[in-house]
Design a protein around this ligand. Structure first.
Ligand code: PBG
Length: 322
């Protein structure tokens, strides 16, 4: 087939024609909205580096969750910002912790909404690392029990799904085992499987006040240079009982999403992270690009690469345009 017999432009002539041959679609069904919940009452603090996103106390989180639900978004993921932190992150598994309280309030108000929780101790520890610290080392096996405890406490509060983001080896199995022991065998695990040590998490750490106080996360999060290792991480998580596989960040890792979509028959999620959001936001505010179009193009690209689910701070804005 050669020009002039075949002319690709024929099918691009009108929006109706373009709609007919469109290969990838984005729907609110694909979106998961991340939210930051905190202590107190009446709190709605805008996060400086993530305009349009807030630290919310429980009753304000309910308002946001309802709004997301009414826009057709089926799920949210919660991150907690506790009042106090300690060495092991014990606020993370308190029965009346910030996330636990928010889960209860949201499930009361919007029972059908899928409430996912991030499981990781970094937001709750004084040192800001995702595992227990000894000297300058991040301990692996000793951390697993704490993660399992946190996941169970979320399930007890009514969470519908847990999402471990810590990158300790063996955490999916540890969490699966504890959930099953406690009668939560039907609670799925969305595993942050291929999670890279990325500069794009910057604004999130500002939002959650979770930047590590010493060193960095490269001894547990993946080296951005490694694709094949990502496939091994996914294999492990599936063997340990993961129900959904996640890649994080999204745009700089579309090849990883694409490979996983082709190599594994599991639902794939991608996290369009804080830095990816804030870059578009900032450039939009400066008038350097059209924010709406850049947002939709980014989310569509993540879908095209193969993710069924996209965790994005743009969830509500995107849903409004769909
Ligand atoms: C760790 C966690 C992080 C993010 C989600 N879970 C931060 C990190 O690994 O440093 C980042 C999300 C984002 O940047 O939007 N609990």
């Amino acid at each position: 087939m050669y020009f002039p017999t075949y002319r690709p432009r024929r099918m691009r002539e009108t929006e109706s024609l373009r709609r007919m041959v469109r290969e990838t679609r984005l729907s609110p069904d694909n979106l998961i909205y991340p939210m930051f919940v905190t202590f107190g009452k009446g709190v709605k603090d805008e996060i400086k580096s993530m305009p349009g996103n807030y630290r919310l106390s429980a009753e304000n989180a309910v308002v946001e969750a309802k709004e997301a639900w009414n826009l057709g978004i089926p799920a949210i993921i919660l991150f907690g910002i506790p009042e106090t932190k300690d060495e092991e992150g014990s606020e993370g598994w308190r029965e009346d912790g910030v996330v636990q309280n928010a889960i209860k309030a949201i499930k009361d108000a919007v029972p059908e909404m899928v409430v996912i929780t991030d499981v990781c101790i970094d937001e709750y520890t004084t040192h800001g690392h995702c595992g227990l610290v000894k000297g300058d080392k991040i301990l692996n096996d000793e951390t697993l029990e704490l993660l399992a405890r946190m996941a169970v406490s979320h399930a007890k509060a009514g969470a519908d799904m847990v999402a471990p983001s810590d990158m300790m080896d063996g955490r999916v199995a540890a969490i699966r085992g504890s959930l099953d022991d406690e009668g939560f065998e039907n609670i799925p695990i969305m595993a942050y499987s291929a999670k890279y040590a990325s500069a794009f998490y910057g604004p999130f750490r500002d939002a959650a006040d979770s930047a590590p106080k010493f060193g960095d996360r490269r001894s547990y999060q993946m080296d951005p240079a490694n694709g094949r290792e990502g496939m091994r991480e996914v294999t492990l998580d599936i063997e340990e009982g993961a129900d959904i596989i996640m890649v994080k960040p999204a745009l700089a890792y579309l090849d990883i999403i694409y490979r996983i979509r082709n190599e594994f028959d599991y639902p794939v999620a991608a996290y369009h992270v804080s830095g990816e959001y804030s870059m578009i936001k900032a450039a939009g505010k400066m008038g350097w690009l059209d924010e709406d179009r850049a947002m939709m193009e980014s989310l569509l690209a993540i879908r095209r690469a193969g993710a069924e689910m996209i965790l994005t701070y743009y969830a509500k804005e995107a849903a409004k345009r769909l």
